[in-house]
Design a binder for this molecule. Sequence first.
Ligand SMILES: Nc1ncnc2c1ncn2[C@@H]1O[C@H](COP(=O)(O)OP(=O)(O)OP(=O)(O)O)[C@@H](O)[C@H]1O
Ligand SMILES: [Mg+2]
Length: 588
Amino acid sequence: MSKESKVNYSIFKRLVKFAKPYKSFFFIALLCVILIALSSVLRPLLIADMVQDYIVQNQNSKALLFWTLFIIGMLAFEAVLQFTSSYFSNLLAQNIISDMRKKLFAHITSFRMRYFDKTPIGALVTRVVSDMEAISEVFSTGLVDILGDVLTLVAVVFTMFFVNWHLTLLVLIPIPLLLIATRIFARSMNDSFLQERLQVTRLNTFVQERITGMSIVQLFNREKEEYASFQDINKAHRKAHLNAIWAFSIFFPVVEILSSLSIAFLIVYIAFQVEGVNSADMKSQYLEVIKFTFWISMLFRPIRQLADKFNILQRGTVRAERVFEILDLDEHIQLDGHLNECDFNQPIKFEHVYFAYQNEEWVLKDINLVIQPSTTVAFVGATGAGKSSIVNLLGRFYEFKKGDIFIGQTNLRELELSYLRNNIAIVLQDVFLFSDTIHNNITLGNDSISREQVIIAAKAIGANTFIEKLPGGYDYNVGERGGVLSVGQRQLLAFIRAYVYNPTILILDEATSSVDSESEEMIQKATEELTKGRTSIVIAHRISTIQSADQIVVLDKGEIKEQGTHLELLSIDGFYKRLYEKQFSEQD
Ligand SMILES: Nc1ncnc2c1ncn2[C@@H]1O[C@H](COP(=O)(O)OP(=O)(O)OP(=O)(O)O)[C@@H](O)[C@H]1O
Ligand SMILES: [Mg+2]
């Protein structure tokens, strides 16, 4: 607990490193707060002198006007400084988090798929978006203001001592109490912030998942239950925030009371001083009252703000710690390969390949297989047999545990990952589309692919007609995750994507969901077009798709059971024949 109520300095130091390129912004802001501190400390002296010289003594209204305008000028100057300081500290903050966010995003996108299997999306969104906001506050309102407040404090106390040291000691009496109150406050705030952070992540994850899975929520009439769970999370979230607000709302009045106490001491002291003295001495005592009243207010405000700002620092460092945790994660796939030259038009060989997503729960066992260049291999097998997993290995989305995969003589592990993936196109089982235009979903933002190329590809795949019928054609926005398109249409878009990238090796993981016979025919034709002249691996759920394959591989529980052409496999009374007969009877 006591450890947690402090700012973690190693994290803080690391955070400050991000500020290095923008140190000039920081120093400009700092210079401004130094000037503000000086100017505001001197102002009471000036005011007291004015009262003394022009009001009490000679009532020179001209000079009084001049000095009044001078003070107004000072205030205006302070306002300009305030603006400049806040502008530059915000500039600093936004530059820092923009850098951090870029770094974090690039880092996350390089993680292997395994990481995403176990990390909720909402948690990552929280890191990249709302945690960054908290971190930015460290620089925009935390750091510079703390320095400004400390400076003001030092300047005020110093000047007060200089002017009247015993009066200063007297008005400082409530300060230790204030420090104790601040400490208690900071501790309870820290607890609240930890809670708050937890609840924000929970809320983000929940909302993100429910909205993504909205069709399930509605399909199963889960609205009420989900609403109830949401209410619980919302309540916890509100409670975490309210706890923080509670602490604030108790702390601030306490500060007010303590500062009033200081003023009370001041007045009582002066009252005793003026008892029985002549009127000239009294006047100088009143001047002390004027100065000290100003200074006392300047003393308590920074202390009160310090606690507040310190919490901003704390909150920021707690969030930064979470961000750094991700930045420190080494969730990359083993990138030993640097080879970026290889003829992909060679046989692909699997040699004793073993693979497990977790530990030794083998999903693929002793896979031995040769795929000849420019031929089509089809994988069949029950659901969960490991067909998609083979694809994941070839694209190196997951790391196989034992054995080797070769392309010609080249070990897959020796290839540079981006080079490998540039030569393989994979149409995944679940086609993911971004909420963007059809065109951009096909090119994935690659500007070197022209609209003409996209249209040629779409025509070859046989999807041009349906795309042109959409409002706006290729510029039609498909909505989040391609929600407005049918499964078959999405699959066709993925085919066009693969086609325009023109890979040497093509992998098609057919969607399991059944499509109507018209779409099926279209997909069948598109498949033929795509696989033409390429080394192709097709994972098919319909026998019709694979009958013409050069080689059919039957997988069962992660093992290859049978291998051969359609006719060869039918002639042996095994898995394939049973599968074929089953589908045949279903079609009747
Ligand atoms: N990301 C993952 N993490 C852990 N286990 C996984 C993961 N993906 C798949 N599995 C498991 O690996 C096994 C093989 O899955 P795979 O997706 O390769 O099957 P499949 O043959 O493609 O099935 P389908 O025909 O349904 O697509 C299954 O038991 C599955 O539960
Ligand atoms: Mg699959």
